[in-house]
Design a protein around this ligand. Structure first.
Ligand SMILES: *Cc1c(COP(=O)(O)O)cnc(C)c1O
Length: 343
């Protein structure tokens, strides 16, 4: 596997922007190299373009090397950068499952890249062979999402690894919800596959959607490419500091995850008992997909009562289904009380 040969020609030949902070990274008495203002410390200084301190802490937590980490403005940034680095507009394509997270399609459309979709089976599982069958010589990326959004299920690990072994491009596994499914991450496989990219985020289990911090884990060759084409100072200092603070309190995140899993299982049981609920799909995430009689009507009833869930009833394989995020115990009780009024 040679990452270089997968790259678009213009990216391969690109000479990246070199910032003042790239050229000199040591300690100095006087910094007069970046046209910064000497006043208003510490916000007068450009942040570390490679977020070294933060990556060291993340690497300890995840059991990988800092050089295997890219940090982005949400997961959306590495998703977009992968398109820009590897997919020639109007020529290349990606393969993904259907239904899945909408951002892969949007990023593909922005970059004028075709999306080839492989329908999941009725139980929302997928087969490596079905996916690989869609691959042609212009397929550069395969996107998988596990646990998958909006279906909530984990994808089979052996099938994902089979895809990674047999595909000659990059396999991106989006693990935005992996904290809710302990033990299921593909991060431990990183050293085995130079073409594996694992996406995680601070937006869900960590409760920090507002600071916009996404993580991509991959081989050094892939991380090098992402660093080469990103905006020089893509992660601001407030985000870096906030993330460092919260990582020190990882137990807090674990506590939240535990509560949310308990709530998820409780709500799932309660939903089954509602007469208009047809199916509650098993979930390994912090949301549940629920098939209901007249889902659109129930969605509108909830909106009228100030409760917003996601209407997925027009999504393939999700007919008549709503996607409900697990909230606090109080929020979930408000939801259930309202739903019971419909009985
Ligand atoms: C919520 C979500 C993300 C998170 O995106 P950020 O840009 O990191 O907030 C990524 N992937 C999936 C599948 C999601 O549902």
């Amino acid at each position: 596997m040679n990452i270089e040969t997968l790259l678009r020609e213009n990216i391969k030949n690109l000479k990246p922007y070199s910032s003042a902070r790239d050229e000199y990274t040591g300690e100095a008495m006087v910094f007069l190299d970046a046209n910064e203002n000497p006043f208003n410390q510490p916000y007068n200084r450009y942040p570390d373009p490679l977020q070294r301190e933060l990556k060291v802490e993340i690497s300890k937590m995840k059991g990988c090397r800092p050089e295997q980490i890219f940090l982005g403005n949400g997961s959306d940034e590495p998703i977009d950068l992968l398109f820009r680095a590897f997919c020639e507009p109007g020529q290349d394509n990606i393969v993904t499952i259907d239904p899945t997270y909408g951002m892969y399609q949007v990023s593909a459309d922005i970059n004028h890249v075709e999306v080839k979709k492989v329908l999941l089976k009725d139980d929302f599982s997928f087969s490596a062979d079905d996916l690989l069958e869609e691959v042609n010589e212009n397929t550069k990326l395969i996107f998988l999402c596990s646990p998958n959004n909006p279906t909530g299920n984990l994808l089979d690990k052996q099938e994902m690894l089979k895809v990674t072994k047999e595909f000659a491009g990059l396999v991106v596994v989006d693990e935005a919800y992996i904290d809710f499914a302990p033990g299921a991450s593909l991060l431990s496989e990183l050293d085995q596959f130079e073409n594996l990219v694992v996406l995680q985020t601070f937006s869900k289990a960590w409760g920090m959607a507002a600071i916009r911090l996404g993580m991509a884990f991959a081989s050094e060759a892939v991380i090098h490419v992402l660093n080469k084409i990103k905006y020089p100072y893509n992660i601001n200092i407030l985000t870096q500091q906030k993330a460092l603070d919260l990582i020190k309190k990882e137990e807090k995140k674990n506590e939240w995850v535990k509560i949310l899993i308990t709530e998820r299982n409780k709500i799932a049981e309660q939903l089954v008992d509602l007469p208009f609920v047809q199916k509650v799909y098993a979930s390994e995430a912090n949301f549940i997909l629920v098939q209901m009689h007249e889902a659109r009507g129930i969605y509108e009833f909830l909106v009228e009562n100030g409760i917003i869930v996601r209407d997925r009833s027009k999504v393939v394989l999700c007919n008549d289904s709503l996607r409900i995020t697990i909230g606090s115990e109080e929020e979930n009780e408000i939801l259930m009380t309202k739903l019971r009024e419909l009985i």
